[in-house]
Design a protein around this ligand. Structure first.
Ligand SMILES: C[S@@+](CC[C@H](N)C(=O)[O-])C[C@H]1O[C@@H](n2cnc3c(N)ncnc32)[C@H](O)[C@@H]1O
Length: 249
């Protein structure tokens, strides 16, 4: 794997940039910044479903959302077996895209993993800048349920695994996976997710990693994991807004 292209932080990390900006602004200007951001996000959101519904519920860029819908839809069309799994759900926007794709496919479950307590303690691998995010990024399971219902998800085939990954991943009843969305920012959770779930992926399945270009701990975890899997090629998918993906051979 050649990771020279991944050394620089991508410009496509809208949520992180917004939160940094908000930290720099005086509190009185926060509502104004929120309003500007909301208008920008609404303007960028595609008009068709499920994107019109999910945009207020996600921090993930439109192109990366497109990539999730395109890949999950293609997996169903190709008959690649297995469930759709997301680690890092927050308010449920990207989870709802996966659930929307799976809504008519009775063979597929959607598994959602999050503690909903903000980002956990960072480790040395995450670098000095990571400390500012600890405890930040707190979503709401209630909002997750709301957006899932709005997109028409088959709720009886959605399982929510609430808790820290250290506790929930080892005991989760997830057998085969077709699509894995890794959106949990830091080194330790990303490494745990890859070690736990990639061995359960079906041939032809896709893994999409949201933070490879924006969090150094995530990048290190992925590089370490793939160092032992020379059969897997990492793809920096420009069409997917710089989301990093790989396909299981
Ligand atoms: C960037 S957000 C996910 C964004 C979401 N996919 C979206 O559509 O906006 C990261 C999420 O990962 C969760 N998370 C990170 N590390 C975790 C861990 N070790 N255990 C459980 N949840 C974790 C956080 O609670 C947070 O909700």
């Amino acid at each position: 794997m050649d990771d020279r292209n991944f050394d620089k932080v991508s410009g496509d990390a809208p949520a992180q940039s917004y939160r940094l900006l908000r930290r720099m602004l005086p509190k009185a200007l926060h509502p104004y910044a929120r309003g500007v951001r909301k208008r920008l996000l609404r303007g960028k959101a595609r008009k068709e479903e499920p994107f019109q519904t999910v945009w207020p519920y996600t921090q993930v860029s439109q192109k990366r959302q497109d990539s999730i819908l395109d890949r999950t839809t293609a997996l169903i069309a190709e008959g690649v077996p297995g469930d759709f799994v997301e680690c890092g759900v927050l308010d449920g926007g990207t989870a709802a895209i996966m659930a929307y794709a799976a809504r008519h496919d009775e063979s597929r479950r959607v598994h959602l993993f999050d503690a909903w307590e903000g980002l956990p303690q960072a480790t040395d691998e995450d670098g000095e800048g990571a400390a500012v995010w600890v405890g930040d990024v707190v979503g709401s399971p209630r909002r997750v349920m709301a957006v899932l219902r709005k997109v028409g998800a088959a709720m009886d085939r959605v399982t929510v695994h609430r808790g820290w990954f250290d506790d929930t991943l080892p005991v989760a009843d997830v057998r085969q996976i077709a699509f894995l969305h890794v959106d949990c920012d830091f080194y330790a959770p990303v490494k745990l997710v890859l070690n736990t779930f990639v061995p359960r992926m079906a041939p032809g399945g896709w893994v999409q990693i949201d933070d490879y270009q924006s969090f150094e701990g995530c990048r290190l975890a992925v590089n370490e994991f793939l160092a032992d899997r020379p059969d897997i090629a990492l793809i920096d998918d420009r069409r997917a807004g710089g989301a990093t993906v790989f396909r299981i051979p």
